[in-house]
Design a protein around this ligand. Structure first.
Ligand SMILES: Nc1ncnc2c1ncn2[C@@H]1O[C@H](COP(=O)(O)OP(=O)(O)OP(=O)(O)O)[C@@H](O)[C@H]1O
Length: 130
């Protein structure tokens, strides 16, 4: 069992962890061009999802795709900063790290676009015909 002073210390540590994480999220969306583009794309997908009344399972898939792309782009950004900090000059290992991290974002983005097309196209086509 934790006593009162331990609970306060635990709460303070938890608040610091959340503050740091929110600061990272804020930094990403304020300063990173790709973060802004992905936030706009996510917003567009959410508006389309409301407009086209997608099902609960389709919502989960869309939200999962949005989370995957944005979370991977955030990790990519963190790795880019780390690489630039530890080694400013060209290095073959830095190239591999940056290329693989960028590839992860591209992989998730392509899968997300395909998922979006599978969900949205059958709902948009009847609207165009009517
Ligand atoms: N120090 C380095 N050593 C080796 N290759 C590098 C180095 N810096 C960049 N590169 C190569 O250049 C590519 C682009 O790197 P950069 O850091 O400019 O990222 P970026 O793709 O412009 O990122 P973003 O557009 O997300 O800011 C990398 O994927 C890598 O192939």
């Amino acid at each position: 069992m934790m006593d009162d002073s331990q609970t306060v210390v635990y709460r303070q540590a938890l608040n610091k962890t959340f503050a740091a994480a929110f600061s990272g999220i804020g930094y990403f969306f304020k300063t990173e061009r790709n973060g802004k583009i992905q936030a706009a794309a996510a917003l567009l997908a959410i508006v389309a999802a409301f407009w086209l009344h997608i099902s609960a399972v389709e919502w989960i898939l869309i939200l999962f795709c949005i989370a995957a792309v944005i979370a991977l782009e955030m990790v990519n950004t963190a790795l880019e900063h780390l690489c630039n900090h530890v080694h400013e000059d060209y290095h073959p290992s830095i190239k591999i790290i940056k290329d693989v991290a960028a590839g992860a974002v591209l992989f998730a983005s392509i899968t997300s676009v395909i998922t979006g097309l599978i969900i949205f196209i059958p709902k948009i086509l009847p609207l165009l015909k009517s």
